[in-house]
Design a binder for this molecule. Sequence first.
Ligand SMILES: *Cc1c(COP(=O)(O)O)cnc(C)c1O
Length: 224
Amino acid sequence: MIDIKDNLAIIKQQIFQACQQSNRCADDIILLAVSKTKPSNLIEQAYQAGQREFGESYVQEAVDKINALTHLSQLNWHFIGPIQSNKTKLIATHFSWVHSIDRIKIATRLNEHRSAQDTPLNVCLQVNISGELSKSGVTVDELPALVDFIDGCENLTLRGLMAIPEKNAEKTSYIKMFELFDMLKLSHEKFDTLSMGMSNDLVPAIANGSTLVRVGSAIFGQRE
Ligand SMILES: *Cc1c(COP(=O)(O)O)cnc(C)c1O
């Protein structure tokens, strides 16, 4: 049986070590527990062990778990998966963060569906940093136009960038992401999140400025 509490402690230790190696402070790294495909009782175990930020990739599955766990009052839900436009309403009404915006159409719809009574939706733009191989993410060339567009969306707050560097990616992918992040920070006061790094690439991600790592299997076990 997997012990979620132990796994969280191990990951935090790995984050701490990666920070020491790169002269960073572990308090500056947020751990996002990616619970896609995993049942709500495991999410609740992680919450009881102190975990507060959770990431999901499949809308309907996520909404079911969100509705089942409303009693965990400090839990923050992050949407990190590919976004279809017919799912934007559910995402805008159930999540407090979205990491995977990569086009204006999706931003427009999330902005329309987020109620002005709610706090704005925190958003990161997913950048296709490793080139053609991945289909998700805005290209570096198209990023400035998407940033400008989000700046005009009242119900969205631009918080940062997200990337999934391909397996065995060159270090340059991580460095390029940090450079983009660092540049946009100059003109955006709430821009504080570089969402980069998963179970298998925590170390290069943290060495290159990640502020949020998205960890699934190392916490909850391998997915089916
Ligand atoms: C599934 C997923 C993760 C977690 O991956 P692990 O390898 O299980 O840590 C992180 N980010 C995104 C976007 C994912 O879809």
